[in-house]
Design a protein around this ligand. Structure first.
Ligand SMILES: Nc1ncnc2c1ncn2[C@@H]1O[C@H](COP(=O)(O)OP(=O)(O)OP(=O)(O)O)[C@@H](O)[C@H]1O
Ligand SMILES: [Mg+2]
Length: 584
């Protein structure tokens, strides 16, 4: 008898699904793509328990009739392409006929749909790739897909799902990304019945980016436009002084499809070279339009990567379009400088370079920081290095506190505002990092009253990966029963009045949620989290001595940005004040 046998279809489909369905957010992505391909103008995403219990996507698109519904859950069944020529020139978001059968193989799936112009609707159901049934049902026009009990029969995969909040974060990111790519469509995201996000169709220009970048930053972005050799690029980037310490906030869209692309990212970074200080990254979004036959979107199971046929042309176009905008900005500043204002900070970008990130990992403790091992994404670097950043705190006259959140002071340049939380956070982070680099572990202090935390049996099994990392940052925990741990000691500064449960739970969550994160980046994240929890909060009244001590410390340490890359200090220059009062 032959040892090789063909797998039963539901098992084969589960295996194939591994490529398409990684987590709830991948399902949300596929279902939104289908709704958009069906011409929907309104897409509602409902999730329960971060999508692990339920994902429901409802649209007002064209809908499906009975025959199509029956086919939709079969593999390689698609209405979007028919032959090879179509495959070479894809204009829809979907084309493989893989998504629904893959989802159906790993969950309880139901699709309810009514074609426009028909009186009644139909529903197809299946559970873990089996028991397909189709029935007539009354419903409104459009399609509703419900996905329940994700990975319910595949414990090995269910175990890898993260906490509700983490999965929700990924889902929210997907919905927001599509809201940016399709600003004319109304997107609503509800979690356990509560509206988390609702897009605002009808916005124009940079305002369309608010779902991903927020309202504040989009008000002063540079517009990017360019076209050559049949390729068009448009979009927005932040001016260099708004650069961040992390490269996470830059988005690319190709023919409206959200994509990741090293090529495009390289072109962006190259264009910014010389305008930003080291280890800082621009924020923005670029939309590329190319003829569908100039690109291959069929190169990755999640359709997130693409191959451009004319990589050089694409690279050049993106590079030159951004470079032109930055040059224009610079010219504007120089022009203004001739007459009145002088923006030294911007000019100093010209001399800056972006060196490659350095990081080192060695054996022994999980992450060795004792040598030159700089952390990836070093945080004190971004932002203009000028008098404002380094020396300004040296001669300040303290005026008071604004909204119990910002310190107000006078300097020879003008009015100085210091974000008390960000400043203190930056200080603590820098000190922690220094201590870790010197000693390779953080000093720890036993708790007089150890705290007990609930962390759930699933996570208990992963404690062996968590504990060594926690120990390195000065947190010692021990197993207590089958779903709890005792916190025995924490770093010295955490002892002083912090909610230790919150701090340690957050650290454990981060380690469990980011198991594959580059080690230095993970440590960076953990230190930043501790610094954030331990720093003076906003809405907290400070005594004069506390303000003085804080200012002295930031001036001594020379910190400029918090670990998340936000500046700690702003100066409202006298010229600007005078301008606002119409005095120049
Ligand atoms: N919301 C929807 N409204 C109307 N038709 C839909 C909807 N969702 C799916 N369909 C139909 O079901 C078919 C199968 O969907 P499925 O997502 O599995 O494959 P696809 O979109 O063609 O390709 P891909 O696997 O790349 O997503 C689609 O081709 C489309 O005809
Ligand atoms: Mg699809």
């Amino acid at each position: 008898m032959s040892r090789i046998h063909i797998l039963p279809p539901h098992i084969a489909n589960q295996i194939a699904a591994g490529e398409v369905v990684e987590r709830p957010a991948s399902i949300v992505k596929e279902l939104i793509e289908n709704s958009i391909d069906a011409g929907a103008r309104r897409i509602t995403v409902d999730v329960e328990d971060g999508g692990k219990q339920l994902i429901r996507v409802t649209d007002d698109g064209t809908g499906m009739g009975k025959a199509d519904l029956e086919l939709a859950v079969e593999r390689h069944a698609t209405s979007k392409i028919s032959d090879e020529a179509d495959l070479a020139s894809i204009v829809s978001l979907g084309f493989r006929g893989e998504a629904l059968p893959s989802i159906g193989a790993v969950s309880r799936l139901s699709i309810t749909s009514r074609l426009s112009g028909e009186l009644g609707g139909w529903q197809v159901r299946m559970a873990f790739g089996r028991d397909k049934e189709v029935m007539a049902i009354g419903c409104s026009q459009g399609t509703t897909v419900e996905v329940e009990d994700l990975f319910g029969e595949i414990p090995a995969r269910r175990r890898f799902l993260k906490r509700r909040q983490t999965e929700l974060g990924h889902i929210s990111q997907i919905v927001r990304t599509f809201a940016v790519a399709f600003p004319e469509v109304l997107f609503i995201l509800r979690s356990d019945g509560r509206v988390l996000f609702c897009s605002r169709p009808g916005r124009q220009g940079a305002e369309c980016l608010w779902p991903l970048l927020g309202d504040q930053i989009i008000s002063h972005m540079l517009s990017i436009e360019g076209s050559s050799e049949g390729i068009r690029v448009s979009g927005y980037v932040t001016p260099p002084e708004e650069a961040r310490a992390s490269p996470k906030a830059f988005y690319f869209f190709l023919n409206r499809r959200p994509i990741g692309s090293r090529l495009l990212w390289k072109a962006v970074m190259e264009a910014f070279r010389g305008y930003m200080v080291r280890n800082s990254f621009p924020i923005g979004a670029l939309f590329l339009d190319v003829e569908p036959d100039q690109v291959d979107v069929n190169v990755h199971p999640t359709k997130r990567e693409v191959h451009f046929y004319y990589t050089d042309a694409v690279y050049r176009l993106v590079y030159h379009s951004i470079h032109r905008a930055l040059k224009g900005l610079e010219a504007g500043v120089l022009l203004r400088e001739d007459h009145s204002e002088k923006d030294e900070s911007l000019l100093s970008y010209r001399q800056a370079e972006i060196p490659p990130e350095a990081c080192q990992v060695s054996e022994g403790l999980p992450f060795d920081l004792s040598e030159k091992g700089h952390m990836a994404g070093e945080v004190s670097a971004p932002g203009p290095v000028s008098r404002e950043q380094h020396d300004i705190c040296k001669d300040l006259r303290i005026l008071g506190q604004l909204a119990e959140s910002y310190i107000l002071a006078e300097s020879p340049e003008g009015l100085v505002l210091i974000d008390q939380h960000a400043a203190h956070e930056a200080l603590i982070f820098k000190r922690l990092k220094q201590q870790l680099e010197q000693a390779n572990v953080l000093a720890t202090q036993p708790l007089a009253f150890p705290e007990v935390l609930d962390i759930g049996p699933e996570d208990i099994s992963r404690l062996p990966e968590v504990c060594p990392i926690l120990n390195q940052i000065g947190v010692v925990i021990e197993l207590f029963g089958d779903s709890q741990v005792i916190v025995r000691s924490v770093p010295e500064f955490v002892v002083s009045g912090q909610d230790i449960k919150t701090v340690v739970t957050d650290l454990i969550d981060r380690i469990l949620d980011l198991p594959h994160q580059e080690p230095m980046a993970l440590i960076h994240d953990l230190l930043a989290s501790m610094a954030c929890h331990s720093a003076i909060k906003a809405n907290h009244r400070l005594e004069l001595q506390e303000i003085e001590a804080l200012i002295e410390d930031i001036s001594f340490e020379g910190v400029t940005h918090c670990p998340h890359g936000r500046p700690i200090l702003q100066v409202l220059g006298f010229r600007e004040i005078e301008r606002r009062f119409g005095r120049n």
